[in-house]
Ligand binder design. Structure first.
Ligand code: NAP
Length: 280
């Protein structure tokens, strides 16, 4: 499943949408520290913004930044009319309480969808901002006409940013969903039952061919930097078993960025009142 090609089409749609809004749209990105991977992600999000006519506002803070200073910056961005969306790149250094920072972002600007307000709306079946990675995966599954109704879906990983929202989105499409994690007993047996597998683990080779049903749809969310370069969570030999598979790179990654752009335009529509945001 070619996430890169789909993401190009989405970005084109978003560019047209931004142009038709007739007013500026801006995304503030906040990067704390000098983690190289986080730096790469933030720069690619900023580049994607520029390409679709969204203005990126770059905030780069030292790794020594304290929680109060970061809270003050978020507060300033919350009140800045030029800032449509706010993205605080995770992970944050250990002196900062990540949940506290996420809760400080104004829900109507929370384009990552991590604020409990927006996560709660997804849980209750009335989504506002949906986390970009699972939202992008759903778009890939729709594009490839994967039948989710009644399908057995297994999500490996239960993080707030990927696994849990992914499971909720699959459930909303009437899949029968199982969430696996480090305490799951006999992971291979559980995965073998799945029509759709989403691996969001962060370890190479977590899903191997012997664990996958013939013809199953497999989504590889993992991004692991190894001596052999960038690899996902799914082993190469799964290609022979799966009916559909997302490559790494070129699968979920590009669609994550495309979904972030979509969310930012959605934020503009909420803020103009064109779409009703449930807090107002
Ligand atoms: P995370 O917060 O570290 O969560 C990993 C999850 O995997 C946890 O729930 C953990 O279980 C589970 N897990 C770890 N080892 C396992 C094992 N051997 N068997 C079963 N479950 C296991 O990671 P995340 O933020 O969700 O990200 C997951 C992966 O996706 C990472 O590689 C990340 O880089 C990648 N990612 C990619 C994109 C993209 O755009 N492509 C976006 C976001 C993340 P416990 O809860 O029990 O610890």
């Amino acid at each position: 499943m070619d996430g890169k090609a789909l993401a190009e089409r989405v970005r084109k749609d978003v560019a047209e949408e931004v142009a038709s809004l007739g007013r500026p749209v801006g995304l503030a990105t906040v990067l704390v520290g000098d983690d190289p991977a986080s730096g790469v992600y933030v720069r690619s999000k900023q580049k994607a913004c520029r390409e679709v006519g969204i203005e990126p506002f770059d905030h780069n803070l030292s790794s020594e930044t304290g929680q109060d200073d970061l809270l003050a910056l978020v507060e300033q961005l919350n009140g800045d009319e030029a800032v449509t969306g706010i993205l605080v790149q995770l992970p944050l250094p250990e002196q900062i309480d990540e949940d506290r920072i996420i809760r400080s972002i104004k829900p109507i600007k929370d384009v990552d969808g991590f604020h409990p307000f927006n996560a709660g709306h997804l849980l209750q079946g009335s989504p506002t901002f949906v986390a970009a990675t699972p939202a992008g995966i759903m778009e890939i599954l729709r594009e490839y006409k994967v039948d989710l109704k009644g399908a057995r879906a297994v999500v490996i990983g239960r993080s707030n940013i990927v696994g849990k929202p992914m499971a909720l989105l699959l459930l909303a499409e009437h899949a029968t969903v199982t969430i696996c994690h480090t305490r799951t007993r006999d992971l291979p047996a559980v995965v073998r039952e799945a029509d759709v597998v989403v691996a969001a683990v962060g370890h190479p080779q977590t899903v191997t061919a012997d664990m996958v049903r013939e013809g199953a749809t497999v989504v590889d969310v993992g991004i692991n930097r190894t001596d052999d370069g960038l690899v996902g969570d799914v082993a190469q030999d799964v290609r022979e078993k799966a009916g559909l598979l997302t490559p790494v790179p070129g699968g979920v990654g590009p669609m994550t960025i495309a979904s972030l752009l979509r969310n930012t335009v959605r934020a503009a529509r909420y803020q103009s009142g064109e779409l009703a945001f449930p807090l107002d």
